[in-house]
Design a protein around this ligand. Structure first.
Ligand code: NAG
Ligand code: NAG
Ligand code: NAG
Length: 337
């Protein structure tokens, strides 16, 4: 009985989070019998023998990761740094999830991740990083670095030929230099909310989605879309684009499906391809409705694939739209002016 009383006293000292955590273990077969090779502060459920759950636990350090673990969840803790060697025995790791911590670049060892030859996903978003951690494994396909304090990225992604998804939104990046050179698998690049003054040049050829909203972009380089023949979604809303900054036909690219140019300083509707489906131009200073921007000739056979056209919060109204627009824009149900 004394043992039981001590046990209850011990249990009642623990906070609710720990209690529910232990109960979880108890239910899954009793913690004595549980995998001994799991750090006390984490859960390693037998139903998922290669996963280790350590999220939401006020942790300040990365616990020991046993070598059979492939997926480690460390998000929403207070981890400020990671020393070299911490993951050295965990070379099977495929996912490392570390978002919503307090990681700072000065406290991350130079080779923390370098031995993880199988690493596929690394989530470091919502931390305090000022640099991309060095020596990242070339095997990574999904790298999330959004919501940090990163300003320079040149050289950070060298040789990452399998990288398909790169998130860098909400950082302090002004210039990308040659950072994206050689990223031949990259399909999605998110650079919203940075300090870019221009659209990055030399974007990877396989890119499909490019998100650049909330930067200071004034101009778009001529032909930037023709170098990315797979680009389907281009979002440039909330920038400083003017007509002067847009070379003729820069958006007249047949692969483009969606173009968001809303909340800029455009006075004219740029020429777009007849294949474009969604065009957002609201909150600019557009003064005229130029049908030639959608259809170079207007007849019964040539028409635009456009379905969504937003022109509200500009300086035009419904009576500025010519009657011929009905032939060219026959798929647009309603033009928002
Ligand atoms: C890694 O494993 C070796 C051998 O099993 C052990 O001696 C060493 O202490 C482990 N390293 C860490 C950082 O746990
Ligand atoms: C990229 O992926 C392929 C196929 O999964 C793999 O064979 C190759 O080793 C990977 N490259 C790198 C640099 O990890
Ligand atoms: C847009 O590009 C197509 C195909 O390259 C071309 O035929 C068309 O004339 C261009 N539109 C304008 C308005 O220049």
């Amino acid at each position: 009985d004394l043992v039981l009383i001590c046990f209850i006293a011990w249990i009642s000292n623990l906070n609710f989070q720990w209690l529910s955590h232990l109960r979880g273990r108890w239910r899954s077969g009793g913690w004595w019998a549980e995998d001994m090779d799991c750090p006390l502060e984490c859960d390693c459920p037998s139903a998922y023998p290669t996963a280790m759950y350590c999220h939401n636990r006020n942790l300040q350090h990365v616990p020991y990761v046993p070598s059979h673990i492939k997926y480690v969840y460390l998000q929403r803790n207070q981890i400020t740094g990671i020393q070299d060697g911490v993951f050295d025995n965990a070379t099977s790791l495929i996912w490392v999830v570390l978002f919503h911590n307090q990681l700072s670049s000065d406290k991350i060892g130079k080779n923390v991740f370098s031995k993880l030859k199988n690493l596929d996903r690394l989530y470091l978003n919502h931390n305090e990083l000022t640099r991309v951690p060095p020596n990242l494994p070339k095997s990574i396909t999904d790298l999330r670095l959004g919501h940090n304090k990163i300003s320079k990225i040149s050289g950070s992604f060298e040789g990452m030929t399998n990288l398909t998804n790169l998130q860098l939104h909400a950082n302090f990046i002004e210039d990308v230099g040659g950072a994206f050179k050689g990223l031949k698998s990259l399909t999605m690049l998110d650079m919203r909310k940075n300090k870019l003054k221009k659209v990055p040049e030399n974007l990877p050829a396989r890119l499909q989605q490019l998100y650049l909203e909330f930067n200071n972009i004034e101009a778009v380089p001529a032909g930037f879309l023709s170098m990315c023949p797979k680009l389907q979604f281009v979002r440039l809303a909330h920038n400083k684009l003017t007509d002067k900054g847009l070379p003729a036909n820069v958006f007249n690219i047949s692969t483009l499906v969606e173009l968001d140019l809303s909340h800029n300083k455009l006075e004219r509707i740029p020429t777009v391809s007849r294949n474009l489906e969604n065009l957002y131009l609201q909150a600019n200073t557009i003064k005229e409705f130029s049908l030639g921007s959608f259809c170079s000739t207007v007849d019964m056979k040539t028409f635009s694939m456009l379905k969504m056209l937003r022109l509200d919060a500009n300086q035009i109204n419904a009576k500025d739209i010519p009657a011929e627009a009905a032939y060219c824009l026959r798929r647009v149900a309603f033009i928002d002016v």
